[in-house]
Design a binder for this molecule. Structure first.
Ligand code: SF4
Length: 240
């Protein structure tokens, strides 16, 4: 169990169970408030083997140095950060991805999470990561042919990735919402429930050189879908 002091009280967090409790009867003095963000995301590498049109990750091939990342994590941990999320690019393409996750889990009290496209989750990688990952996120933009057109990868391969991730840790599904995927929100929420995902995170498409921001028509359809949603899988806010 980790404690984090702040202006709203004392935050208790257990990375194994995901338990989050804010004890607001306690008001720590400002001098002991945590100085780090509650959650930090780190793009381990810009490298990715997919070419999604709505990808806004920088395209030059840069990766962070492992020791530098671990130094940051230890400092964040000491200063009261609760969790770290590795992304990219595709974080599993960082040459030291496994080592970084193991050291992050073993040398800090941070909850370790990562976001992946899911096509590199071999049984060997998943087996080696077990115990070092507290939550994972997999990107699912549409089902069947829509997914294949959006991501340029076989949907069957994504399904295998989801099967693998389900054996690793609790996991959530990330969806880029645009004119194609908004029509498949029902199908994706059903899929999320079927594969055992605990969250469905809806991310409005952001403009890149190749695509525009999610437009108003899609935005209204998204709001309408969310307001009528009765599914069992939680819809977190992007800031959760
Ligand atoms: S899988 Fe993710 S990082 Fe890779 S191109 Fe697509 S959006 Fe970008």
């Amino acid at each position: 169990m980790k404690f984090r002091n702040g202006p709203n009280g004392v935050h208790l967090f257990d990375r194994l169970s995901g338990l989050n409790v804010l004890v607001d009867e306690l008001r720590p003095k400002e001098a002991v408030w945590s100085t780090s963000p509650r959650q930090v995301s780190i793009a381990l590498t810009n490298v990715c083997d997919l070419h999604c049109s709505y990808c806004y990750a920088p395209k030059h091939k840069a990766s962070l140095h492992t020791d530098q990342v671990l130094d940051w994590l230890k400092e964040l941990d000491t200063e009261g950060c609760l969790g770290i999320g590795f992304g990219g690019g595709e974080p599993t393409l960082h040459p030291d991805f496994l080592d970084i996750c193991k050291r992050a889990a073993g040398e800090t009290q941070l909850a370790v999470t990562f976001t992946t496209h899911g096509h590199r989750l071999t049984p060997q990688l998943v087996g080696s990561l077990k115990g070092s990952i507290h939550f994972a996120r997999i990107s699912v933009d549409g089902v069947g042919r829509t997914y294949e057109e959006q991501r340029g990868k076989q949907f069957a391969s994504l399904l295998r990735g989801m099967e693998s991730i389900a054996t690793l840790s609790p996991f959530g599904i990330n969806v880029v919402v645009n004119g194609r995927t908004v029509a498949e929100l029902d199908a994706m929420s059903e899929l999320a429930q079927k594969v055992g995902a605990s969250e469905l995170l809806l991310l409005p498409q952001q403009a890149t050189k190749a695509v525009a921001n999610m437009d108003g028509v899609v935005g209204r359809a998204l709001l309408d879908w969310v307001s009528h949603y009765r599914g069992k899988v939680r819809l977190p806010a992007a800031s959760d």
